[in-house]
Design a protein around this ligand. Structure first.
Ligand SMILES: [Zn+2]
Length: 159
């Protein structure tokens, strides 16, 4: 049998957030250029003559799915938990917001992205989200419970 192979597609998006209650400067509204690495793992298709022969997954298909489910939603948005005082003003002015219902740390965002992509049928192995050039959070899809990340248990989660 063909051995397993990891493949990775990298994305970038700009977004703002505010961590209410943070002891430091992340309590302010601020933004990041996020780097998103989506890793898939599987055995390449072995059937001859298929479009995806030799692929774990077609990079074009991965790109389209991640763009539609994640990047288009978060790029140039204010990513909100829902308790930010500025949220109402942004919504009233027509500014782009993504209300996620969890504290928008890199850790939680990586879990949200991994779970959303897994629910979309992508054989996602891991998601690594770079918040800055020197800081990232990584979640293995297999570590996320069937019903979603832990923060979904606390109500109000839009997953
Ligand atoms: Zn931040």
């Amino acid at each position: 049998m063909q051995h397993e192979v990891s493949v990775c597609k990298i994305f970038s998006f700009d977004a703002a957030h505010q961590l209410i209650g943070h002891k430091g400067k992340c309590a302010n509204v601020h933004g990041h250029t996020y780097r998103l690495e989506v890793v898939l793992k599987g055995r390449p298709v072995t059937e001859e003559g298929r479009s995806d022969e030799g692929f774990v997954a077609d990079f074009g298909d991965i790109k389209a799915l991640v763009k539609a489910r994640i990047v288009d939603k978060l790029d140039h948005a204010f990513m909100a938990k829902g308790d930010e005082p500025v949220l109402e003003t942004l919504q009233a002015s027509g500014s782009k917001v993504a209300v996620l219902s969890f504290r928008t740390t890199a850790e939680n965002l990586a879990g949200y992205i991994a779970y959303t992509l897994r629910q979309s049928g992508l054989p996602v192995y891991s998601v690594k989200l770079w918040e800055t050039p020197t800081a990232w959070a990584e979640v293995l899809a297999a570590d996320i419970p069937e019903h979603g990340p832990a923060y979904c248990l606390n109500g109000g989660c839009d997953l």
